[in-house]
Design a protein around this ligand. Structure first.
Ligand code: ATP
Ligand code: MG
Length: 386
């Protein structure tokens, strides 16, 4: 243990553990931050586990938020940082292969670590940096192995989401999955149907982001776990998604595997995400219909256009960079709707929109200079032609 490194990485949080101790409680760093610390990776969240009950935690740290009080979790705020503090607990009443709504608090650190999913996630550190590792997590970290704490069949039977979590950690860390753990996933795969789609999507998102995503997705397909999950069930063709955003990855997956928009909807994404994916489809359709690049850039966000353009190889990236649009929205056109109405001298109606579209087109593609005089000249010619 490198003490200097420990002090550096956990900084102010060490005092939080000491404060618990002074008040007569045990408290440890636990889970992801311990794993990432031992891997010498950066982490942002520090989770703390303690034998203090949530009310006692709140007494010691008055600045707190009840983030998951029914699970024993309180978020405390110290020096502008937030920390999740969870009371030692066990989850012994799993119903329908899901994490229970109610938990039982326990007094022993080991029991708390026993309920955790994988050996590499089941380690704790005290304020001196002493490691508590009852399941050989450190060895599995060294060997780059994802292995359940205790019998994998039982653990997946209790909470089926853990199967997907195995692939997401293997993706994120580039680790293999222990062979017994993998066999148990194959055996229990169907139980994932009991898990809510929101929890599934949350893990799938992280799986896609990981540097080992291709391997892990392939392992998931081989295990047939995906065949019990909407949208994922139709995935056959995969590629490296780690450089793409979640929405971009889903769009690519839906295109390369011919998955319909309705299937995508069953993932219950946010409206914002659905809108984003629809936007990609609109841009793609415009490119397929040979709409001019200027018009596409005018209509859509440049980053979205870049993504579609480069993924589907419609144009060279340099073509996009070359284009400097004279206007970026109809507000930029150097004439107001009222002036158009006065000039054409007709009752307002849908024709105004048509004129604006025409002006956009002329300015973007036909070199009409965007100033009032030129626009009025153009409208005069047009009026004379009507
Ligand atoms: P990340 O850095 O990606 O957030 P993490 O290890 O913190 O990784 P979380 O999903 O935030 O992952 O979970 C925190 C900890 O809680 C895990 O390390 C694990 O010990 C425990 N845990 C979370 N979900 C489960 C579960 N379904 N079953 C058992 N233990 C779990
Ligand atoms: Mg976490």
């Amino acid at each position: 243990m490198n003490l200097e490194n420990f002090n550096n990485k956990f900084k102010d949080a060490i005092n939080i553990l000491k404060t618990f101790n002074k008040n007569g409680f045990e408290a440890y760093f636990v889970g992801g931050c311990v794993r990432d610390f031992l891997l010498d990776k950066d982490f942002s969240d520090i989770d703390i586990t303690t034998n203090a009950l949530p009310e006692q935690v709140k007494n010691i740290f008055p600045k707190s938020i009840d983030t998951g009080i029914q699970h024993g979790t309180v978020t405390i705020l110290v020096n502008g940082e937030s920390y999740e503090v969870t009371t030692f607990r066990k989850e012994d009443e799993y119903v329908n292969h899901r994490a229970p709504d109610k938990v039982e608090f326990v007094s022993d650190l080991k029991e708390d670590l026993d309920r955790r999913d994988f050996t590499i996630n089941a380690m704790a550190l005290d304020y001196k940096g002493k490691l508590f590792d009852f399941h050989n997590g450190e060895v599995d970290l060294k060997n780059k192995i994802i292995k359940t704490v205790n019998d994998p069949n039982e653990r997946f039977f209790e909470d089926a989401l853990r199967m997907l979590r195995a692939f997401r950690f293997s993706s994120r860390l580039g680790f293999d999955i222990d062979s017994n753990t993998l066999v148990a996933i194959k055996r229990n795969a169907k139980l994932i149907e009991y898990v809510s789609i929101e929890r599934i999507v949350n893990e799938f998102r992280k799986l896609l982001e990981g540097k080992g995503n291709i391997n892990s997705i392939q392992l998931m397909l081989d295990s047939t776990l995906n065949s019990y999950i909407p949208f994922l069930k139709d995935i056959e063709v995969i590629e490296d998604f780690s450089e793409y955003t979640f929405c971009q990855s889903l769009y690519i997956l839906s295109k390369t595997n011919n998955i319909s928009f309705d299937d995508l909807k069953s993932l219950k994404l946010s409206n914002k995400e659905l809108k984003q994916i629809k936007e990609y489809e609109k841009i793609n359709t415009d490119f397929k219909n040979d709409i001019q690049l200027e018009l596409i850039l005018y209509k859509y966000d440049i980053e979205d256009v870049r993504f579609i353009c480069s993924y589907f190889k419609y144009e060279d990236e340099s073509e996009i960079e070359k284009i400097k649009l004279p206007i970026t929205s109809f507000n930029d056109i150097d004439i107001e709707s009222e002036e158009i109405i006065a000039f054409i001298n007709r009752k307002p109606g849908p024709w105004i929109k048509e004129i604006i579209v025409l002006l956009e087109y002329e300015i973007l593609l036909n070199g009409l200079v965007n100033n009032k005089k030129n626009i009025l000249d153009f409208l005069t010619k047009m009026r004379d032609n009507i």
